[in-house]
Write a protein of this length. Structure first.
Length: 77
C-alpha cells in the first residue's frame, strides 16, 4: 500500500480522524497515529516500525497495509 492510498483510506474510514505520520531518520523509525472520536470518546490507534531491512519501500508498504487492516477492525467495533 502506498502512503497516499493509506491516507485516502483513513479519510474514507473516518473523515473526522487526524492522521499523523512521524519519520525519525536518526532512529530509523516510522510512526503512525490515528485519532478519532466515537461513542466511546476519543480513540487512538498507534503503530511504529523500526527499519532494519535494506528494502525500505517494501517494508513501508507492508507496514501501511497492516495498519490499514488494524484500523478497519477498530472502525468496525
Amino acid at each position: 500500500m502506498e502512503l497516499t492510498d493509506f491516507i485516502l483510506h483513513a479519510q474514507q474510514s473516518c473523515p473526522d480522524a487526524l492522521v499523523t505520520i512521524e519519520i525519525d531518520p536518526i532512529k530509523s523509525v516510522v510512526k503512525i497515529q490515528w485519532r478519532w472520536d466515537d461513542k466511546q470518546g476519543e480513540r487512538l490507534f498507534e503503530r511504529a516500525i523500526l527499519f532494519k531491512e535494506l528494502n525500505y519501500d517494501e517494508a513501508i508498504t507492508v507496514f501501511l497495509s497492516r495498519c490499514k487492516l488494524a484500523m478497519d477492525t477498530l472502525c468496525d467495533e
